[in-house]
Every structure is written in C-alpha cells, then in structure tokens.
Design a protein around this ligand. Sequence first.
Ligand SMILES: [Zn+2]
Length: 363
Amino acid sequence: MQSISPETIFRGISAWQKSLPHISKLTKSPLILGRGIHTNNLRNKIFNDLKNQNLNVNSANLKFDCCYEDISRIKNIILTNNNDSLIAAGGGKVLDAGKYIADCLNIPCITVPLSASTCAGWTSLSNIYTKNGQFIKDVALRSCPKILVYDHKFIQTAPSRTLASGIADALAKWYESSITSSTIDDGLVQQAIQISRVLRDQLLIDGEKAFKGEFENKSSWRNVIEACGLTAGLVGGIGGEKCRTAAAHAIHNAITQIITPNKFLHGEIVGVGLLLQLRLEEMKNNNKLADQSTKQLLVLMKELNLPTTIAELGINVFENNNLEKIANFTCRDKSEIHFLPFEINKWDLIEVISNFEQQKIKT
Ligand SMILES: [Zn+2]
C-alpha cells in the first residue's frame, strides 16, 4: 500500500480560512498540538477560529521533541478529552509527533505547517527522537494526513532560518534519490526522481531570492516555500520507500547523537550531510560531477547562512571521540547509508569527515 498525498490540500494566502468549513465537517473535538512560544499567537488564532466554528477545542504542547515521553503524554490527554482529531500546527517535530499519535489512536490528522522547514506536513512518515533530540528511527504510518493546510500567511511569519533549512532538506531529495534509485525499473520511481531534479533546479534558481526577498519577489518566495513543503513531500509519496534517503540523512541521524548546547534544525544538519555524501561519491564511486555539485551547493548554502561543516553545527569532531561516534552510527546495520550503490565502512567515513573538517579549518 502506498499513500501518495494528503487527502485534501488547501494552499495559498487564505488557506486556513478556506479550510475551516471542511475541518468542522470532519471533527467536533480537535486537539491542537504545538510547541514553541514564538508560534503561540498563530496557535491562539487557530484555537479561536475553531471555537467560532462551535467546535470543542483543546490544546497541548510538546515539552521536548517528537519523543516517546511526549507522545505518550499527549496520547493520554487525547484519550481523557475524547478528542476526535489532531491538528498539528508547527514545524517538523510537531507535525511528526501529531501524525504518529493520530495514527496510533486511529483518528484523522490535520497538518498546519507554520514554516517551510520540512515536508513533514505532507508525508506518511514520522521520525522519532529521544528527549534530547537524538534520532532513534523513522516510522512508516498508514497514510498521509487527512488534510494539509499550507497557509502562506502563517509561513511568512516564520524566521528565514527555517526557510534555509527547508531548502537544504528539499535539495537533498535529488542527490539522495538519484544515487539510490536511478537503476530501479519502476516508472513511478523514475518520475519521482525527475520531479526532485526540477525541484533542485528551482531551488538553485530561486532559493536565494526567496530567502532574501522579504516577500518582495513574491513568486520566487511562493515557489520556494511550496517546493520545500509540498513538492518534496510529493517526491516521497510517488517514489515511496524505493525512492530512498541515503548518506545525507544517515549522517544527519548520526550527528544528532551528539548533544550540543545549541539545537540545529533538521535541514541545517542534512545540508552538511549532503556535502559529505558528495565527498563519499567522489572518493568511493569516482563521481567526477560530485565536486562540481559541491561547489554549486556551497555558493547557495553560504548565501542562505547555512552551516557547511560539522564544526559550524557546534561539534568538534576531533574531541570526545565524536568522529568515531558519528562514523559508527552512520554505518550501523540498519542505516540508510547502505542504500548507496557502493560499500561504505566506518573507516571511509572517518577519512572523509576528518579531511573535510581539517580542510575547513585551514581555509
Ligand atoms: Zn529530511
């Protein structure tokens, strides 16, 4: 079974307003799930708008991450309140937690992304982390969300850093799916890979304008936020599990194992993973284009203020055995790194990462 997309999608500047009659037909007693204080005002608006539709609304917030502690606490709140749907309004972690909880309790999930930082509002996957943000595993859900509300006015209020993160995560779709899946003889997978190529091109052309444009260049901004929040999800939906993530996400998962005082966004870490994946392709697969791609990506990543080394993510790989820890986790048995069409072991990774970080120290 493959769930390609949310059942209904509202998008545009008044998407939330337009979705209200549809939502009130689906649910009588929703729980709104959120997290950060900076999105409080938006969640209050969502709460009041639903109350005005005569719905019996409750709200709850994640305390930590999309982790089992928060998940079981929120599940109990829903069971106590008898909520008949979950509205997840926030970034990737909130959306993932909401989808996972709704799937467990067999109630519909409505996703309302409040930034363009990931495509989690679309997909039928949830990433589970520890309380401290260390990646544990991803879980395939029974379906994509029932309704996705992609309201551009809500997304406009998010810090530009979240847009940069979304761009890095969406760019990874092409670099990861094309290397793991281009030999798969399945038309839908091939078409998904081609969509991810067009998506990458659009981000290379419009990404910087959207990031710096302060909405003046409206069409660039609109195309880029929809590329990050919608098209990236569509690629996963059409390509399904065969259109896989690879080294960039495997390295992201490993980097999250090291707890740092400052938290970085998913796409910010994936971006660094992507640069390392290209180095691995160059070294182990003799990919001559990888260096070209790295240069092209670095220009954009600098313009978007994205980290381009593990050091810039607040981790010194030459301390505390960090290099070994990252290499071991990246190469563990069930890691996505093994979807690469060539063999990788921890020594390859240690070599690539230490060269990569040392080179950056010199420049
Ligand atoms: Zn991702």
